[in-house]
Ligand binder design. Structure first.
Ligand SMILES: Nc1nc(=O)c2c([nH]1)NC[C@@H]1CN(c3ccc(C(=O)N[C@@H](CCC(=O)O)C(=O)O)cc3)C=[N+]21
Length: 293
C-alpha cells in the first residue's frame, strides 16, 4: 500500500504559523478581511466555501460570503466587484469558479484588483505565474499541491511530472509552478491520444481533470507519487477524487486521499494569501501616511 500524504497534517502545520501572524497583526489594530463571492450554487463551490469560512475564521480572518443570484447580469456582477475592490476592510476577494454562462470570466478577470486577487484570476497574477516572478498570488489549489510536496520533502527537480487537466484554476498554473522547480512537465487533456501511455511515464502524477475516479491502476507506474486534486460527488453524494483510490493505492508509492488530501490544504492556503494581501495593504497605508516609513 502507498504512503498516505495527509493534507490535514500539512494544513495543521501551516495553520499554526498563520494564527500567530494574525495575532501579531491584531495587536497593531489590523484584522485581515476576506470576501468570498458565489454566483448561483454548485456542490463543489459550496463544499469549498464551508471549509474556507471555517478555516479562515479559526485563523482569525474576518470572513464574509456574498451569495449572488445565479441569473444576475455581468454588469451588476462587475459593479459588485468594484465595490469590493474599493472596500478597505476587504483584503482578499475569492470569486468562485466557474461563473454562470452569462458572466464571462474573460471580462471579469480584468476588473478584480490584482492586490486583492488571492486566487489568481487577474492577468497580472497569471503573468507572474507564467514568468516565475515572485510577489503575485498563485491560485490556492495548485499552491496546496506544492505545499504538500514541500511538506513531505518531495523534490520536483528533474522528475517526470504528468498533469491531467489544463484549467486556469489548476492544471496550467500548477504546470508552471512545477516547471519553476525544474520538473519536466507533460500536460494531458481530453484530446490526449493515449492517456495511459503518457501517465504511466509519470514519477509524479497529478489528476486535475474533474472526472470522478478516472485514474485507474493501469495508468500508474509502480511507486509513482499520485496527487489527486479532484473534488467530485458520486451517485451516493459521497466526495471522491479523480483517482480510483482503491485500485491505485496498491500500485502507487505515495498518494493523497480525497477527502483529507489537497482539498484540506486549499482553504488554509487561501488564508495565507489573505494575510499576505493584508500585510502589503497595511504597509502601503503606512507609507502613504508617513512617506519615510
Ligand atoms: N476560484 C475558485 N478556486 C477554487 O479553488 C475552487 C473554485 N473556484 N471552485 C470550486 C473548486 C472546488 N474546490 C474545493 C476545495 C476544497 C473543498 C473541500 O471540501 N474542502 C474541505 C476538506 C476536503 C478534504 O478533506 O479533502 C475543507 O476545506 O474542509 C471542496 C472544493 C475549490 N475550488
Amino acid at each position: 500500500m502507498a504512503t498516505l500524504l495527509k493534507g490535514k497534517e500539512v494544513a495543521e502545520a501551516l495553520k499554526q504559523k498563520l494564527t500567530v501572524e494574525v495575532e501579531n497583526l491584531k495587536q497593531k489594530g489590523i484584522t485581515p478581511g476576506l470576501s468570498i463571492v458565489i454566483v448561483g450554487d454548485r456542490a463543489d463551490s459550496a463544499a469549498y466555501i464551508k471549509g474556507a469560512v471555517k478555516r479562515c475564521t479559526e485563523i482569525g480572518i474576518d470572513c464574509r460570503v456574498e451569495e449572488l443570484p445565479g441569473d444576475m447580469s455581468q454588469k451588476d456582477f462587475i459593479d459588485d466587484l468594484h465595490r469590493l475592490n474599493n472596500d478597505p476592510a476587504v483584503n482578499g476577494i475569492l470569486i468562485m469558479r466557474p461563473l454562470p454562462s452569462q458572466i464571462s470570466e474573460n471580462a471579469v478577470k480584468y476588473e478584480i484588483s490584482p492586490e486583492k486577487d488571492v486566487d489568481c484570476m487577474s492577468p497580472v497574477n497569471v503573468s507572474k505565474i507564467m514568468s516565475g516572478e515572485d510577489g503575485g498570488f498563485a491560485p490556492c489549489t495548485p499552491s496546496a499541491v506544492m505545499e504538500i510536496l514541500h511538506h513531505y520533502g518531495i523534490e520536483p527537480e528533474g522528475k517526470r511530472v504528468v498533469v491531467i487537466g489544463r484549467s486556469m484554476v489548476v492544471g496550467r498554473p500548477l504546470s508552471m509552478m512545477l516547471l519553476k522547480e525544474h520538473a519536466t512537465i507533460t500536460v494531458c487533456h481530453t484530446k490526449t491520444r493515449d492517456l495511459a501511455e503518457e501517465t504511466r511515464r509519470a514519477e509524479i502524477l497529478v489528476a486535475a481533470a474533474g472526472k470522478a475516479r478516472m485514474v485507474k491502476k493501469d495508468m500508474v507506474s509502480k511507486d509513482a507519487i499520485v496527487i489527486d486534486v479532484g473534488i467530485n460527488f458520486d451517485e451516493d453524494g459521497k466526495m471522491c477524487g479523480d483517482v480510483d483510490f482503491d485500485e491505485v493505492n496498491p500500485v502507487a508509492g505515495m498518494i493523497t486521499p480525497v477527502p483529507g488530501g489537497v482539498g484540506a490544504v486549499t482553504s488554509t492556503i487561501l488564508a495565507k494569501h489573505v494575510i499576505e494581501a493584508c500585510k502589503v495593504s497595511s504597509l502601503k497605508t503606512m507609507k502613504f501616511m508617513c512617506p519615510k516609513y
